[in-house]
Design a binder for this molecule. Structure first.
Ligand SMILES: *[C@@H]1O[C@H](CO)[C@@H](O)[C@H](O)[C@H]1NC(C)=O
Length: 290
């Protein structure tokens, strides 16, 4: 009897390990395992044996990279060290995108540079079924060019959370039952770019990029994608046992909720939800308590 049980347990364990290995993407060690250069090869340099990369922006070009696969649900995170000093007019972005023109789903982190000593702004946006225009802006409470910080996007059936280190800075809940579109039908790729956007990025385009400070550099490391790769097993994305669908990821925990309130109270500098000139009628996803 005992032997039989052991055998069964071992077999179940083996199957479980096999299934998880096939379904769920692990933690990649190097850039090339999961990513490819998508824009300007000459401006992206692998460092530390491919465990980190450097992105360069100069007057010739910006640059960017993309994941090789697309993913359905999960968590994507990376450590980024942003352009230091006078970074006004530069934008570093980290985002998920379905790449489907009219019905695009997209989750954006955009880091807007600033003049020396002035705070970086993080803009987030959520596109669902082709509609975006949901910008929020937060001033960072530390200098993101002094050291690496972790930026992550958590995406499950219940909500999407943008994190700066362990601080949630934005939550977009699944409010489909109230008619609010939610990204859940399309896989998304992971992208990052460094480019010049001095027509809008810093103080609405008033602050121009200072090319005498070029080239500008941003650094990335500790790439971590955990999600259902597409193409992959069809049932992976709907598997309630994926860790990111677990009970503890269905809502912010008490510590996260406190940190989120602190960010909302002290660091939000723009929120489309409160922009009456753009939205005379409050968008439904912004209504209190939702
Ligand atoms: C840059 O600094 C100014 C002054 O502190 C601030 O108003 C602005 O929000 C900062 N960020 C951007 C992207 O302009």
């Amino acid at each position: 009897m005992t032997t039989f049980y052991h055998f069964t347990n071992a077999r179940v364990l083996f199957l479980w390990v096999l299934v998880s290995a096939v379904c769920v993407w692990g933690r990649p060690a190097t850039f090339v395992q999961d990513f490819r250069v998508a824009w300007a090869d000459s401006h992206i340099t692998q460092i530390d044996q491919g465990r980190a990369i450097q992105l360069k922006l100069d007057q010739n070009s910006g640059c960017g990279f993309a994941s090789k696969a697309k993913y359905m649900f999960g968590r994507v995170s990376m450590k980024i060290k942003l352009v230091p000093g006078d970074s006004a007019g530069t934008v570093t972005a980290f985002y998920l995108n379905s790449d489907t023109d009219n019905v695009r789903d997209e989750l954006d982190f955009e880091f807007l540079g600033n003049r020396t000593g002035q705070p970086y702004t993080v803009q987030t946006n959520v596109f669902a079924h082709g509609k975006g225009d949901r910008e929020q802006r937060v001033n960072l409470w530390f200098d993101p060019s002094a050291d690496f910080h972790t930026y992550s996007i958590m995406w499950n059936h219940r909500h999407i959370v943008f994190y700066v280190d362990d601080f949630p800075i934005r939550v977009y809940k699944n409010n489909e039952r109230r008619g609010v579109p939610y990204p859940k039908m399309q896989a998304m790729g992971v992208y990052s770019t460094l480019w010049e956007a001095d027509d809008w990025a810093t103080r609405g385009g008033l602050e121009k990029i200072d090319w005498s400070k070029a080239p500008f550099y941003a650094y990335y490391k500790d790439f971590d994608i955990e999600g259902c790769a597409v193409p992959g097993p069809a049932n992976c994305a709907s598997n309630p046992r994926n860790w990111w669908e677990g009970a503890e990821y269905q809502a912010l925990n008490a510590i996260e909720a406190r940190r989120y309130r602190w960010v909302r109270m002290n660091h939000v500098i723009y929120d489309y939800c409160r922009d009456k000139s753009r939205y005379p009628l409050t968008p439904p996803e912004c209504l209190a308590g939702i």
